[in-house]
Ligand binder design. Structure first.
Ligand code: PLP
Length: 387
């Protein structure tokens, strides 16, 4: 079989590969602690699953509009207007199966071959993958530990050229848990406006903040019209398998993103959209409980990692990942991640799964019980001592 050339430019998300390898080891009888996959280990709140069941029973089993059910688009617009302090309505919203398609569609709709897109590195691997896939040029902006993994706005300025079409930002960030300050966002906004650049603001972890608060770049004048906010239900409401996300953007762009939906998925499943309405308008106490629990786990994992010789770990402010520095072990990230999985029974990801600037780090997801996190820390400590 001869694949199309473009397939060689498509990357992947290593978390799914490591999960498959971990499952294989489990099938052979090994006990593995999963700190590789980025999904809340909580169940979707019952009021949301009940809303989906109710929708199925009342006939929401057909196609819907490509941009999403009008009532859900309105509810999302209200939620985003309130949480970002901006004014948007349903026509600014496109509902997609997960937040991920918004990356694909926004890049596809806005960048031509040869255009440059600046993205965080280490960062969510799909940004670089999609940029390469469509023939645009990925321009990484390095996130440094000494800067709490916030991008350096002066470095960003230097990367902008006449070909820069888009800047991708992600706060709170995967894989580092870093968050951008209001000042950072203000400078990025100035750069975007001055150079006529669109911004893809991946805010999927906006509700998962432990210190400080979430700021959206859209709160700056002139930014709502040049920003695509990516958000969704996967992380906030423990709905990863439901595939429910959305983009909020200017009204000139929505029909084009909706057209990409028509061409690919037709629409997002309609009964899940009804559940999405319940998620946003129903009680939020389960989200608050989940965030409180994540904070406790964060503190346990950061303290534990810092007590392991040759490992150091900054305290992340958001999301549910830690990104410990392992350079003192003398091992490359991938080698150490493989060793910990095969010898220690702990599935983690190499920092390089998030780009070349992730070398020297591991990514651990703390979406697991404190008991399992403590056991994983013990195994990592013992494993490193034996190395
Ligand atoms: N953006 C970031 C930074 C993520 O980490 C993820 C998922 O891991 C997504 C977007 C995609 O989320 P969804 O499951 O809604 O497609």
């Amino acid at each position: 079989m001869k694949l199309a050339k473009r397939m060689s430019r498509l990357g992947t998300e290593t978390a799914f590969e490591v999960l498959a390898r971990a499952k294989k080891l489990e099938a052979q009888g090994k006990n593995i602690i999963h700190l590789e996959i980025g999904e809340p280990d909580f169940d979707t709140p019952k009021n949301i699953t009940d809303a989906a069941i109710g929708a199925l029973n009342s006939g929401f089993t057909h196609y819907g509009p490509s941009a999403g059910l009008p009532e859900l688009r309105e509810v999302i617009a209200k939620y985003v207007s309130k949480t970002r302090n901006i004014k948007v309505d349903g026509e600014n919203v496109v509902v997609t199966p997960g937040g991920k398609p918004i990356m694909f569609f926004a890049i596809l709709a806005l960048a031509d071959e040869g255009d440059e897109i600046i993205y965080p590195n280490p960062g969510f691997p799909i940004y670089e993958s999609v940029i390469n896939f469509i023939g645009a040029k990925p321009i990484p902006v390095k996130l440094r530990e000494e800067n709490n993994f916030r991008l350096d706005v002066n470095e960003l300025k230097k990367l902008v050229t006449s070909k820069t079409k888009m800047i991708i930002i992600n706060s709170p960030q995967n894989p580092t848990g870093g968050i951008l300050t209001k000042d950072d966002l203000g400078v990025i906004a100035q750069i975007a406006i001055k150079n006529d650049i669109m911004v893809l603001a991946d805010e999927i972890y906006s509700r998962m903040i432990y210190d400080g608060e979430h700021h959206s770049i859209t709160s700056f004048d002139g930014m709502p019209e040049r920003t695509i906010i990516l958000d969704g239900f996967s992380k906030t409401y423990a709905m990863t398998g439901w595939r429910m996300g959305y983009g909020v953007m200017n009204k000139e762009l929505t029909p084009h993103i909706a057209k990409l939906m028509t061409n690919s998925n037709s629409c997002t499943a309609t009964f899940t959209q009804k559940a999405g309405i319940e998620a946003l308008v129903g009680p939020q106490d389960k989200v608050e409980d989940m965030v409180k629990e994540f904070k406790k786990r964060r503190d346990v994992i950061v303290k534990g990692l810092n007590s392991i010789p040759k490992v150091s770990c900054k305290t992340p402010q958001g999301a549910f990942y830690v990104f410990p520095n392992i350079t003192k072990t003398g091992k490359k990230s991938k080698e150490l991640a493989d060793y910990l999985l095969n010898e220690g029974g702990v599935a983690v990801l190499a920092g390089t799964s998030f780009g070349e600037f992730g070398e020297g780090y591991l990514r651990l997801s703390y979406a697991n019980s404190i008991k399992n996190i403590e056991e994983a820390l013990k195994r990592i400590k013992e494993g490193l001592a034996k190395m």
